[in-house]
Write a protein that binds this ligand. Structure first.
Ligand SMILES: *Cc1c(COP(=O)(O)O)cnc(C)c1O
Length: 342
């Protein structure tokens, strides 16, 4: 059975984005953040394609995400570290934890855990141990693969970036770690000083333009498509949808699409989103509802019930139209889509 809505996912664009980010990472290896089910695309599908292209380092947020990849034989790090509940799975060796606090370090050490990563907080004040704890010996004796830190403002030209990279560089050769890793997608665009040994892009792999410099490099990966459930003529002066947000001044041809905010096609697209069929631009009219969205099809006289249209989803454009972040536009994509890789 097929669903009345689908995501067209472009394997070539995904791999091309990783290759471009790998090139921009210079001598550093380029990994992939595939948390939140591969930013909504499907973590297994993303990981399989990237591993075939040469990606070696994958990052997820928690252990259930790591377990879902367990049979793929990938090198996975779990960004949120280890809670007591996570220890059995963590000690099974399916992935290595990114230890974030002195308590996590103690938990891992006492359990005789092997190889691990460590997150150091250089200013985002989210997860991570403090640089002074590192210099004070907190990590002594741990078998550390990679020391990580995370940039708070990489998508802006902020003095914070230089402060963080400087604080991170001060830890070079102060741990037994094999590698250091700082840059996310936007951090890669900040240049070679930010690349260290390993970069960790997420957003840009999936078509997100994390900084302007990446606009010429990153290709669109995801295009939502929805089927027309009904076509109707709305009379001049009649309104369309909840709260009567759109009232055409002249008779309008309207198609009702099988997609809504429960699928991640957010209400911000009300009177703002655009669909396309061939060369025709078909604007969203009225409020996006939970499962349905109306578009004006005056420009596409032949479109009929059962036909498919594509939603405009170039991420910077869709983010500007909807008021949502590029991240939310990806991670919100729901379970009702068929995910179709081409
Ligand atoms: C999500 C995440 C990334 C990837 O960030 P993007 O902005 O999507 O490139 C990298 N590192 C950490 C620690 C993250 O949480």
């Amino acid at each position: 059975m097929t669903a009345p809505l689908r995501l067209r996912l472009d394997s070539d664009a995904l791999v091309a984005n990783w290759r471009a980010l790998d090139r921009l990472s210079g001598a550093a290896a380029c990994g992939a953040a595939i948390k939140a089910d591969g930013y909504g695309l499907g973590a297994r599908s993303v990981a399989t394609r990237l591993a075939a292209a040469g990606t070696r380092d994958f990052f997820v947020a928690n252990w259930s995400e790591a377990a879902a990849l367990g049979d793929l034989g990938l090198d996975v790090a779990v960004l949120h570290g280890v809670r007591a509940d996570d220890m059995p799975l963590a000690l099974s060796g399916i992935a290595r934890p990114v230890l974030n606090s002195a308590a996590q370090v103690a938990r891992w050490r006492e359990a005789g855990g092997g190889r691990c990563d460590v997150m150091v907080d250089t200013g985002i004040n989210r997860l991570g141990v403090a640089p002074h704890e590192v210099l004070g010996g907190l990590l002594d004796g741990l078998q550390i693969d990679t020391v990580l830190s995370h940039l708070a403002c990489a998508d802006e030209d902020s003095a914070m970036n230089l402060r963080q990279v400087t604080a991170f560089r001060a830890l070079q050769d102060r741990t037994t770690a094999r590698r250091m890793s700082l840059a996310n997608s936007a951090g890669i665009a900040l240049g070679p000083d930010y690349a260290f040994d390993l970069t960790r892009p997420g957003l840009a792999l999936y078509g997100g333009v994390a900084r302007g410099e990446l606009a010429a490099v990153v290709r669109q990966v995801v295009t939502p498509e929805a089927q027309i459930l009904q076509r109707r003529t709305v009379a001049a002066g009649d309104s369309i949808g909840y709260n009567a947000l759109y009232t055409p001044a002249a008779p309008m041809e309207v198609a009702i699409l099988n997609i809504g905010y429960a699928d991640g096609y957010w209400r911000g697209f009300s009177n703002a989103g655009v669909a396309a069929a061939g060369d025709a631009r078909l604007p969203v009219v009225g409020r996006v509802s939970m499962d349905l969205t109306a578009i004006c099809v005056d420009a596409a006289p032949a479109l009929a019930e059962g036909d498919w249209v594509a939603l405009e989803y170039a991420l910077p454009v869709a983010a500007a139209a909807s008021g949502m972040s590029q991240y939310e536009l990806l991670t919100g994509l729901g379970a009702r889509f068929d995910r179709v890789w081409g």
